[in-house]
Design a protein around this ligand. Structure first.
Ligand code: G6P
Length: 594
């Protein structure tokens, strides 16, 4: 959602803060700001991207400072609403990620006590609360202030006259980076990787004091040691590496991601999730919870598990699941979340866990909140994903789900042997799709002229249609709508015509004939059809206006190659339209509010 950073050390903080913020922009980028402390506080902020603010900013002195990159929740993006936020005296500055749910009540109370608010944000109440309770000890003031606060937060607080950062977290991620006579604080690891790979993950309820040469963390008032972790991926992995956009780089990393994730789990002595144990406790069904692209992985997982394991699987959007009333009879829930921080997914996880369910998290981020809530965590090996639109993390999630279903498959040995061979060939098959980039970018050039596009598929590839439509709308701002191909005639036909292209995903499975019929129906309404079909399909070329061919795979693996083709289609369409691909408007990579 928002990204926060802090620095305290022996160097000038300003360039370091801007550098760290630039790496955190995927968490929000509608405005940004910094505050430096050197006897007095200097705050510089605006509703612009980090690069522009850094260029426009005067040189500000100070070896301790904080920074913020915002995804607006309370108050529109503007200079006034940008963080950091200060107290009345301009002595205390705060950056915050999360939501203070009782801020209005606190604001009214503080106003009646004489505090003057300047912004519309919920965050500003924190700076005034800290001011109210500050009697010479910043840590104590933060501790007491947070007692009044409901909601979620990761905060960093600085005082004009002190060389230290006071930090706290509840339901929003926060890490401390350990350096040599300097220390860092950030919402996420990529922010600080240029400086250190030694990281401490704070836990909910922790309050920390960070100085150039010390880090003290307290939980429930008592000092506590939080383990130091070494981050194994490098700063380069979080760079573009010669690609024009992170998204394109991440799409191209997918053969490696598939390999890395599979190697991890095929070599493991234990199965990734102990479904046998689940069976002992009567698991006859499975629940998968997720949001956004991770939800589409959940849908693919549902098809695969139902076919291979033969148990009913419910895949639910976490934000809606939180309102459903049915009893939670399933003993196993899988939560899929790339970031491990999506508020709706975390809420759903807590809910099912409280209901006695064993929760397994599939996440890409070590130490994330999801991994702490879950009974067991299965890590995907996608490496850092920076572009807001998820690509390689989705692929890694699919691999875990395939492997899980194959591990407990009731399919016969021959089918399983074929699948084993098929899954091992996937990196090469994906590479073949990547090699057909030119063909895909031609279709993208055509697509970029339209305002509305339908994506249709059946069976497992309906989930792929949903993911393809999501990618297109996220980054190209074209209205992409996914429909189960058979449902198109129950309404959307009214919209079809020469200005509404239809992308039809045609897999070689039991949906094939029905898809051909659907394409004919669409053509009869004059909609241009771009088909995504397996190479060797002789029929499709006669029906569709153009065909994007993908390599042959086992039908259960067709989502892998089809998704990569649709990622590229969305990417090149957005590029054709000149969109800011890695940082699409109004979105954020990690949505830590409900
Ligand atoms: C945001 C991102 C999406 C992502 C979704 C779920 O909306 O922009 O790319 O799919 O959150 O995120 P998660 O981290 O839970 O997978």
């Amino acid at each position: 959602m928002c990204g926060i950073v802090g620095y305290v050390g022996e160097k000038q903080a300003q360039p370091i803060l801007f550098g760290c913020l630039a790496k955190l922009e995927y968490r929000g980028y509608d405005s940004c700001g910094i505050a430096l402390a050197s006897g007095s506080l200097k705050v510089y902020k605006d509703a612009v991207r980090v690069g522009e603010l850094a260029k426009a900013s005067p040189q500000l002195d100070g070896m301790v400072g904080i920074g913020h990159t915002r995804w607006a929740t309370h108050g529109e993006p503007s200079q006034i609403n940008a963080h950091p936020h200060c107290d009345c005296a301009g002595e205390i500055a705060v950056v915050h990620n999360g939501i203070i749910s009782n801020f209005q009540r606190l604001r009214n109370q503080l106003t009646s006590e004489g505090h003057k608010f300047v912004s519309e944000t919920d965050t500003e109440v924190i700076s005034h609360l800290v001011e109210k309770y500050y009697h010479g000890d910043l840590e104590e003031a933060v501790k007491v202030a947070l007692r009044d606060v409901d909601g979620s937060y990761a905060i960093i607080v600085v005082l004009a006259s002190e060389s230290k950062l006071v930090v706290a977290r509840k339901d929003s991620p926060l890490i401390i980076g350990i350096g040599d006579r300097e220390n860092f604080v950030a919402s996420d690891v990529p922010a600080i990787l240029d400086y250190t790979n030694r990281v401490i993950y704070l836990e909910d309820g922790d309050i920390g004091v960070v100085t150039p040469d010390s880090v003290t963390v307290k939980s429930k008032g008592a000092e506590i040691t939080r383990e130091e972790h070494k981050i194994l991926w490098s700063a380069e992995q979080a760079q573009k590496g010669g690609y024009e956009h992170f998204m394109l780089k991440e799409i191209h990393e997918q053969p490696k991601v598939i390999r890395d994730t599979l190697v991890e789990y095929t070599r493991a002595a234990e199965p990734i999730v102990d479904l046998e144990r689940m069976r002992d406790v009567g698991a006859e069904s499975m629940l998968i919870l997720a949001c956004g692209t991770s939800y589409h992985a959940a849908l693919v997982g549902k098809y695969v598990a139902e076919e291979l394991i033969g148990i009913p699987v419910r895949a639910e959007v976490a934000s809606e699941f939180n309102y459903c009333g049915y009893s939670l009879s399933t003993p196993l829930a899988i939560a899929i979340t790339q970031s491990g921080e999506t508020a709706d997914t975390l809420k759903a996880m807590k809910r099912v866990k409280e209901g006695g369910c064993r929760v397994v998290a599939i996440t890409n981020v070590v130490g994330s909140t999801a991994s702490r809530i879950a009974n067991q965590t299965v890590y995907t090996r996608a490496g850092p994903e920076i572009s807001v639109a998820a690509t390689k993390s989705f692929m890694a999630q699919l691999m875990v789900l395939y492997w899980l279903a194959m591990s407990y498959s009731k399919a016969d040995t021959r089918r399983l042997a074929d699948m084993l061979m098929g899954i091992r060939q996937l990196p090469e098959k994906v590479k073949q799709v990547l090699d057909s980039e030119d063909m895909i970018s031609e279709s993208a050039e055509y697509l970029s002229r339209f305002d509305d596009v339908f994506f249709i598929g059946r069976g497992i590839n309906f989930a792929v249609a949903m993911e393809g439509a999501l990618k297109l709308k996220e980054i190209s701002y074209i209205h992409g709508e996914a429909y189960a191909a058979g449902e198109l005639k129950h309404g959307p036909f009214a919209l079809l015509g020469s200005n509404t292209p239809v992308i039809a995903i045609v897999a070689q499975d039991n949906t094939y004939e029905a898809m051909l019929t659907n394409i004919k129906e669409v053509k009869a309404r004059r909609s241009p059809v771009i088909a995504l079909a397996e190479e060797g399909d002789e029929v499709i070329g006669e029906l569709a206006d153009s065909v994007i061919t993908v390599p042959q795979t086992d039908a259960l693996f067709s989502p892998v190659v089809n998704t990569v083709a649709l990622q590229l289609l969305a990417y090149y369409t957005a590029r054709q339209r000149g969109c800011p691909i890695d940082f699409p408007r109004n979105l954020a990579k990690s949505v830590t509010v409900e």
